[in-house]
Design a protein around this ligand. Sequence first.
Ligand SMILES: Nc1ncnc2c1ncn2[C@@H]1O[C@H](COP(=O)(O)OP(=O)(O)OP(=O)(O)O)[C@@H](O)[C@H]1O
Ligand SMILES: [Mg+2]
Length: 521
Amino acid sequence: MAAAKSTILVIDDDSEIRYSLSRVLSSRDYAVTTAASGEEGIAAVKKSPPDVVFLDIRMGGMGGIEALQHIRSINPRQLVILMTAFGTAQTAIEAMKYGAFDYIMKPFDPQKVLALTENALKTHADLRAAADYQPSLNTEDYKEGIVGSSAAMQQVFKTIGQVTASDVTVMITGESGTGKELVAHSIYQHSHRAARPFIAVNCAAIPENLIESELFGHEKGSFTGATSQRIGKFELCDGGTIFLDEIGDMAPATQTKILRVLQEGEIQRVGGTETIKVDVRVLAATNQDLEEIVKARTFREDLYYRLNVVRIRMPPLREHPEDIPQTVDYVLQTLKQQKKTRVKKVSAEAMAVLLRHKWPGNVRELENVIYRSAVVAQGDTILFKDLPPELRGAAGTDGATVPSSPTAVPAGTTLEPATAVVAPSAQTGAPAMEPAAAAEPSSPAPPVATGPSALTLQDALDFVYARLKTEGREPVLERLEREMIGRVLKDERGNLARASERLGMTRTTLRKRIDALGLKV
Ligand SMILES: Nc1ncnc2c1ncn2[C@@H]1O[C@H](COP(=O)(O)OP(=O)(O)OP(=O)(O)O)[C@@H](O)[C@H]1O
Ligand SMILES: [Mg+2]
């Protein structure tokens, strides 16, 4: 039985375009239908959604962008390629913003149309076939805000449970992005101090000469600039919980004063003489190796013992990769609740990459990657091609498993505009919409998800192979050989000595191949 033909709908009010595009597409055995207006097109999509839609931006009646929005609201997975006569950054941004798969400029290059169509159809197939990770938990189960079923995370939860009943000081250690602050907050929320304030102080972010005043307050005139009295965090937090973040960066003088609060439960404002009683629970965190800095004498040993009554060590994500799927699911649900994405899941292929990555930035990095991928994803699933290039690149170079999917490879360069205009900032994870063309000339181009730099030779070979396979009984090797020898000859301007060297064959062999392939030198 023959496989069902791929279906394509062309929406354009120009009959000539409808005709010529249909002709080009029909050459590939696609089932093409047409519509002469936005309204007609929308009706057609409602009746029977095609695999891919070509949609003109400028039409009489309903405009292309409006039609695009309609179509995407009927089906957010619908792949739409916009057609435009002008290739401005403006059009590109508009098109991509409203969820077009890509756009193409008139007049068309038939080869580009076909490459783009094939690319869209591949994505369509991926979207359908994606053997998805099915969310196992719903939002309710994530109430806690800390995800993890691994033994390592279960141990963390147990310890949190144990320390909530008392006022014991807790030291939370772990690499950046492992969730230290999250844990501090959770301890606080479960403690009997939950109704009292929680104040987090980032000791590394406050200049050394200001930190004491920040923590303990100061009296008017106690130093230049102290124009009025100030109440410090410890006093403000009376009855509550203070979280001293990045405590490894605290200056020795401040360490001494913290020790005093912990031992005596009292503070003195900077420049003051009065001793003030405070009742504060202290939680502390650092990503430094505490034992190391105690040994190096940059951290007081007595303070170390005071703080380190209970230690919670946050495991780096690479030590509990089994928690990755749940965390991804949680991040997507959160983004969805914030109306930042419609994406619900991740394809099996993309998940395999996420599971293999080492995550030096831990959960924070994972969150960022999911956010960035969700921004560029077309339907409700993050596919391999939606992952940031650095992850896709690693998948090809670590040699473990090379994704054989041609989605890793651009068909032509048609996908570039899609990803070049959406360059979410890596630090904040916030999507920044900016046209590639508007960037400073000297600044590096934003990461282009499908740029050739992200490709390994293996990806390219996989792609070519997949491509050639679909083209019937082509003598694949001969075609590749002709192509490669032809290009090298052209590059070397017919110099057989240099060409044979580059091709790794003797000059005699090269000459024989040239004759056999009927190439011209
Ligand atoms: N187990 C987890 N479940 C869900 N989200 C997590 C988890 N761990 C970390 N996160 C999220 O990752 C981000 C980083 O977490 P957090 O700020 O607590 O890390 P940190 O260890 O304090 O990092 P740093 O040392 O850089 O300050 C936050 O957005 C947090 O919500
Ligand atoms: Mg932190």
